[in-house]
Write a protein that binds this ligand. Structure first.
Ligand code: S3P
Length: 425
C-alpha cells in the first residue's frame, strides 16, 4: 500500500491529458474480440480495470498485440472459445458485468472473480436478465455477489426493463443479445451512456435507440460486430477532478484536452455552471477541451438524474465543500454500490475538510465552507476506490494538504494521476 502526501500549491497552470475513456476502452476490447479480424485501438485506457478486460478477452481466444501506443485486438474467426481458468476482474465492475454478458453466449462454464471491493458489489442486476435469456448465472446470497459461475449456451432474445439506471446492465444484455435467437429490447428508465449502442452500430450491428421520456428503448438484432479502428476520447469523469480543482483553487487555470462530451457524460459541467463555475468547452480533435478558472461557487441541488452513473459525485462533493451554502445531493443510492460506499465516503470526506455534512436516506447534504482556503488538512484512508482518492487529492492541493493511505488505488483507472497533478505546479 502506498501513502502519498499531497501538499497545497500556490499556483496551477497547464493542460492535462486524462486517460482514454474507460467505458469506451472496455467496449473496444470486447467488440474487437467478438469481431472476425483485427481492430486497432488508439488511446486505450492504461488503467488496471481495462487491463483486466484485455487479459480476459485474450484468455477467450482474442489476440491482443501492442503496436507502439496502440493495441490491435483480433477476434478469432470461429468466435471466442471457453477459457480453462477462472477469470480475474480485479476491481472492475464494468469488466465483470460486461464479460458476464459475453460469457452467457459461450458454451461451457466460467468463473469470474474479483477483489475484496468487487466481491461485495451486486451482480443480481446482470444475473436476472441473463438468466431470462437462458444462461446460468450463480453467485453468493440474494445479491448474487462474486465469484460468479456462468454457464453459457444458446440464448433467446428478451425484452427487459432495467430497474436501475445502469449502463453496465444495459451493455451486458446487449452483448449477450448479439448471438441470441431473436431480437433483444432493453428499456432503461434514465438515459445512461450510449457507448455500447454507438460502438456496436459503428461495427455494423443493427441496433436502434428511441428516447422514451427520460429513458430510452434500445432494440438489437443479433449479428457479429465487424472489425473497426477505434479512437478513444479522453474520460470526462476523470476531467471532472481537474475541472473542480481549477475552479476552487485560489490561483488556477486548467484545461483538460480531448474529452468525450456525450450528453450523459457531461452533466457535471452543467451542475458546476449552475454553481457559478466559469467552465468552457471548446471542440478539439477528439471531443472537446474543458477549461476551468477560479470561480466563486454557490450551493445547488443535484439530482442523480443529471449525472447518470454518478461517477462525478466525489469531485462534486469537493466543489460543494468549497461553495457557499448547503448543497443537496438527491437520490444518490447507487453510490452505495460503487467501488466503495461513496455515499458514506462523500459525507466523510466533506466532514474531514471541515464542512458540516450529513445524509438522510439516499440524499446527502454538504454545508460548504465558502472557499477551499478554509479546508482543514486531513488524512484519507482509501478503500479500494480510485475516485475517492482523486477527490481527496484535489481537496488537498486546493486546501491545506492531506495524507492519502492507499493512494496507489488510482491505478485502477488513472495510473498517471499524481504525475499529471504535479505537472500543473
Ligand atoms: C460504466 C457504467 C457506470 C460507471 C462505471 C462505468 C460503464 O456504472 O459507474 O464507471 O462503462 O458501463 P452504471 O452501470 O452504474 O451505469
Amino acid at each position: 500500500m502506498t501513502t502519498t502526501t499531497v501538499a497545497p500549491v500556490p499556483r496551477l497552470r497547464g493542460v492535462v491529458r486524462v486517460p482514454g475513456d474507460k467505458s469506451a476502452s472496455h467496449r473496444a476490447l470486447l467488440a474487437g474480440a467478438l469481431a472476425d479480424g483485427p481492430s486497432r485501438v488508439v488511446g486505450l485506457s492504461p488503467g488496471a480495470d481495462v487491463r483486466a478486460t484485455r487479459s480476459i478477452v485474450a484468455q477467450l481466444g482474442a489476440i491482443c498485440r501492442d503496436d507502439g501506443d496502440d493495441l490491435v485486438v483480433t477476434g478469432p474467426s470461429g468466435g471466442l472459445r471457453p477459457a480453462p481458468r477462472e477469470l480475474e476482474c480485479a476491481n472492475s465492475g464494468t469488466t465483470m458485468r460486461l464479460v458476464a454478458g459475453v460469457l452467457s453466449a459461450i458454451d461451457g462454464q466460467h468463473v469470474l472473480v474479483g477483489d475484496a471491493s468487487l466481491s461485495l458489489r451486486p451482480m443480481d442486476r446482470v444475473a436476472v436478465p441473463l438468466r431470462s435469456m437462458g444462461a446460468t448465472v450463480e453467485g453468493h446470497g440474494p445479491r448474487i455477489t462474486a465469484p460468479l459461475r456462468i454457464v453459457g449456451g444458446a440464448l433467446r432474445g428478451v425484452t427487459y426493463e432495467v430497474p436501475v439506471a445502469s449502463a453496465q446492465v444495459k451493455s451486458a444484455i446487449l452483448l449477450a443479445g448479439l448471438v441470441a435467437n431473436g431480437v433483444t429490447v432493453v428499456h432503461e428508465p434514465l438515459r445512461t451512456r450510449s457507448t455500447t449502442e454507438d460502438m456496436l452500430a459503428r461495427a455494423g450491428v443493427a441496433i436502434e435507440s428511441v428516447d422514451v421520456g427520460d429513458g430510452r428503448r434500445v432494440t438489437l438484432h443479433p449479428g457479429r460486430p465487424r472489425p473497426v479502428d477505434w479512437s478513444i476520447p479522453g474520460d470526462p469523469s476523470q476531467a471532472a477532478f481537474f475541472a473542480v480543482l481549477g475552479l476552487i483553487h485560489r490561483d488556477a487555470e486548467i484545461e483538460v484536452a480531448s474529452i468525450d462530451v456525450a450528453p450523459e457524460r457531461i452533466g457535471f459541467v452543467h451542475v458546476l455552471r449552475r454553481m457559478g463555475a466559469e467552465l468552457t468547452l471548446t471542440p478539439d480533435v477528439d471531443g472537446a477541451s474543458l477549461r476551468a478558472v477560479r470561480s466563486k461557487l454557490r450551493a445547488t441541488s443535484i439530482s442523480s438524474h443529471e449525472i447518470p452513473s454518478v461517477d462525478e459525485v466525489p469531485a462534486l462533493t469537493v466543489a460543494a465543500a468549497a461553495a457557499e451554502g448547503v448543497t443537496a445531493f438527491r437520490a444518490m443510492g447507487e453510490l452505495r454500490v460503487k467501488e466503495s460506499d461513496r455515499l458514506a465516503g462523500a459525507v466523510a470526506l466533506a466532514g474531514a475538510l471541515g464542512a458540516r455534512a450529513w445524509s438522510d436516506g439516499d440524499d446527502f447534504f454538504v454545508e460548504g465552507l465558502g472557499d477551499a482556503g478554509q479546508f482543514a488538512s486531513f488524512t484519507h484512508a482509501a478503500t479500494l476506490d480510485h475516485r475517492m482518492v482523486m477527490a481527496a487529492a484535489i481537496a488537498g492541493v486546493a486546501g491545506h494538504g492531506c495524507l492519502i493511505e492507499g493512494s496507489d488505488t488510482v491505478a485502477t483507472s488513472f495510473p498517471g494521476f499524481f504525475d499529471e497533478l504535479a505537472r500543473l505546479t
